[in-house]
Design a protein around this ligand. Structure first.
Ligand SMILES: [Zn+2]
Length: 477
């Protein structure tokens, strides 16, 4: 349990949302799970005192798109492209996961995120093969202590003997979990099937169920670059399905018209620059989404592939955007044509904190340090030779700091990392569980073509062809 009162003393606090807030020397008083005061020389009284000299006090990072369970295969897919990932993981390896494996993956993925300063995650849980798989994933994320929107995945994986024979079977299982669960630090959401992966009528049923159960919706959108691309946001718009409390990941191939539709609907985008750039999902949509006034958060996507680390996402998000926007100017006007950088360090930190909170509809509770908000925060050391002098604290955080500088992480006032280490043996437990899961999985993979199964010719064409009948009759691009 969190101690009743905690006082963080002597740190340099980012007070307010990153976009408008200021860094200043201050103390932070936490009572139970909430920040109750930020100010100078607050009285300690009976509070537990945490010294923060030589550290920034920042809001915890918010990850708006993660598949935590895939931490079981950490590093397996880092040299794969998106098509190889589709074949290797979605078609082959997902169904090899038992509930025990999923618990291990989710727990280890969440602990890796906490270790990296992420205190809230939207977990897109798309490996649910049986009700026991769902229970195990939910238990894993609950045991981690991370603040999570756990989005029940309605996407299955090919198995010879599926436990869910129809969409209705899955809906029944989601209703079961919804009835048994009370939202707290762990909230429920739903991860819908990718547009056209299922019959349009099923997509409509998925959105209707989310509305009935009052769940945040997340899903992949416009994330597969193909010449025959269907404008998925237009499809959802014309089908009357776009709306607020929806977070669409990637959206790389969205047209400006589609981004406008998302903005008007109040739907948000999760930009995951590290996985998008590595796997070949197209250029991150960040700059165009911001120009269209879409709410944007950052995401880490999959630890089978890349880091869970917000520092990496912040840097890649802005560096890629600056490279992309400056290139045509350099080619025509040269250096004299360049204006201000397209994403500042302050804006990057905002995307990783308050932007994510806004995307998840949780901006009243998380995303910044202010009295009345949840005590989800990190102490980031700023006294190493890599960081001094501190000319601009936003630059120090975004460009000159990393996971190794995170001294302490608190969620709802509870310390989950201290002195640079996860507390209570959680880190060691995560390593033990996930290594055992990988051993079991690699044995199963060995019986089925190995960890990197060869992709037969025509797989992608067959997948594309299977989607065509799912287009609603009324739609023509
Ligand atoms: Zn994803």
């Amino acid at each position: 349990m969190a101690s009743t009162r905690t006082l963080i003393v002597g740190g340099t606090v980012l007070h307010g949302p990153a976009l408008t807030g200021t860094f200043r020397k201050a103390d932070v008083l936490i009572e139970h799970d909430t920040i109750t005061a930020i100010g100078s020389r607050l009285p300690a009284d009976d509070a537990e005192v945490i010294p923060a000299d030589g550290a920034f006090v920042l809001p915890g990072f918010v990850d708006t798109h993660a598949h935590l369970w895939e931490a079981t295969m950490r590093g397996l897919t880092s040299d794969w492209n998106l098509a190889e990932f589709f074949w290797g993981v979605r078609v082959n390896h997902t169904a090899l996961h038992t509930p025990e494996d999923l618990y291990a993956g989710v727990y280890a993925g969440a602990l890796a995120s906490l270790d990296s300063g992420t205190t809230t995650s939207l977990d897109h849980a798309h490996a649910i093969l049986t009700p026991e798989h769902a229970d195990a994933m939910l238990e894993g994320v609950g045991a981690s202590g991370m603040r999570t929107v756990w989005a029940y995945g309605l996407t299955g994986a090919p198995t010879p003997d599926p436990a869910f024979a129809s969409p209705e079977d899955r809906f029944r299982d989601l209703r079961r979990i919804r009835a048994a669960h009370t939202d707290g630090r762990l909230c429920l959401g739903v991860a819908v099937n990718d547009p056209l992966a299922v019959a349009w009528q099923v997509t409509e049923q998925e959105y209707a169920l989310a509305k009935e159960l009052d769940l945040l919706v997340t899903g992949h959108l416009n994330s597969v670059p193909t010449p025959q691309r269907v404008p998925e946001a237009v499809l959802l718009h014309r089908g009357g399905l776009l709306g607020p409390r929806q977070v669409y990941s990637h959206a790389n191939t969205s047209s400006d018209e589609e981004l406008g539709l998302l903005a008007v609907a109040g739907a948000a985008v999760s930009c995951t620059p590290e996985s998008e750039a590595q796997m070949g999902m197209g250029f991150p949509v960040l700059g165009r989404a911001r120009a269209a006034s879409v709410t944007v958060g950052l995401g880490s996507d999959l630890q089978a592939n890349n880091s869970p680390d917000a520092f990496t996402q912040m840097r890649l998000a802005r560096h890629l955007d600056i490279a992309h926007t400056s290139r045509p100017i350099l080619e025509t006007a040269g250096l004299t044509g360049l204006g201000k950088v397209s994403v500042t360090t302050r804006e990057a930190l905002h995307l990783a904190t308050m932007g994510g909170a806004e995307a998840l509809g949780m901006a009243d509770r998380i995303g910044s340090l202010e009295p009345g908000k949840a005590a989800d925060l990190i102490l980031l050391r700023n006294d190493s030779p890599r960081q001094r002098p501190i000319v601009d604290p936003f630059a120090t955080v975004v460009e000159h700091s990393g996971v190794g500088d995170i001294d302490r992480v608190l969620i709802a006032g509870e310390t989950v990392k201290a002195n640079g280490r996860l507390v209570g043996g959680t880190g060691e437990r995560a390593v033990r569980l996930v290594e055992a899961a990988w051993e079991r999985l690699s044995d199963r993979m060995a019986e089925r073509g190995g960890p990197s199964p060869a992709m037969p010719d025509g797989v992608l064409e067959a997948a594309a062809a299977s989607m065509a009948p799912n287009l609603p009759e009324w739609f023509s691009a």
